[in-house]
Design a protein around this ligand. Structure first.
Ligand SMILES: [Zn+2]
Length: 193
C-alpha cells in the first residue's frame, strides 16, 4: 500500500465507510501499517510525527515513544480481533492502562459533554487522545463494530455496519475470498464462529 494511503486513513477495503466520530482516529491509528505488503508508518519517528500531525496534533517523538506507540497499536488491534471472535490477548489490558497513566487521562466535564482528556503533552498525550476515543466508544456501544480482519497477515481495522454486525473480513474480495477454501476457514467454522 502507498505510504500516503496509510497517512490519509482514507483507505477502506470493501467500500466500507470509516468508523463514526472520534472512533475513526482509533481505526486510522491501527491502520498505520500494511502488514502484508508494507510500509509501517511506525517504523520511524518521522512516520509517527507525520501521522500525528495529520490526525491529532503535532508532537515531537522522543526515545521510547515509538516503541510505546507500536505496543499500543497492537494492543488495540488485539481488542479489535476479540471484537471479531478471536481470543483476547491477555497483555493488551496492561498496555492500554499503562498508556492511560502515562497520558494522565483526567475526567473533564465541559458543558458539551464529559470526556477523558490527557494532562500529558507530546506523544504520550496524543496516544491518550486515541485511548480516550476508544474508551468513549466502549461506553456508547460503537466499539463492538470496530473489528480487525482475522486473516493473519492482514489485521486491517474496519467498521462493520452490517445489520447483525456479522462481517468477518475487511473485504470479501481481498481476504474473505483468499481464505475461504483454506484451513483457517474450516477451523473457524468448526469452532462455531
Ligand atoms: Zn483483511
Amino acid at each position: 500500500m502507498e505510504r500516503e494511503a496509510l497517512l490519509s486513513g482514507l483507505v477502506h477495503p470493501g467500500d466500507r465507510r470509516p468508523a463514526p466520530g472520534s472512533l475513526a482516529v482509533v481505526q486510522a491509528f491501527v491502520n498505520t501499517v500494511d502488514r502484508e505488503h508494507g510500509p509501517d508508518l511506525l517504523d520511524d519517528a518521522a512516520g509517527l510525527e507525520e501521522w500525528l500531525q495529520r490526525h491529532l496534533l503535532p508532537a515531537h517523538v522522543r526515545p521510547g515513544d515509538l516503541e510505546r506507540a507500536r505496543a499500543l497499536r497492537e494492543a488495540l488491534r488485539s481488542l479489535l480481533l476479540a471484537n471479531n471472535g478471536e481470543r483476547p490477548d491477555p497483555g493488551a489490558q496492561d498496555v492500554l492502562e499503562q498508556a492511560g497513566r502515562r497520558a494522565g487521562l483526567e475526567a473533564a466535564f465541559p458543558p458539551d459533554g464529559a470526556a477523558l482528556v490527557p494532562a500529558a503533552g507530546g506523544v504520550d498525550g496524543a496516544l491518550g487522545r486515541i485511548l480516550a476515543a476508544a474508551f468513549a466508544a466502549m461506553l456508547d456501544g460503537s466499539w463492538q463494530r470496530l473489528k480487525a480482519c482475522p486473516r493473519d497477515v492482514c489485521g486491517w481495522a474496519f467498521y462493520d455496519r452490517s445489520t447483525n454486525a456479522s462481517a468477518t473480513w475487511c473485504s470479501m474480495r481481498v481476504c474473505g475470498g483468499r481464505v475461504k477454501a483454506g484451513a483457517y476457514y474450516r477451523r473457524r467454522r468448526a469452532s462455531g464462529h
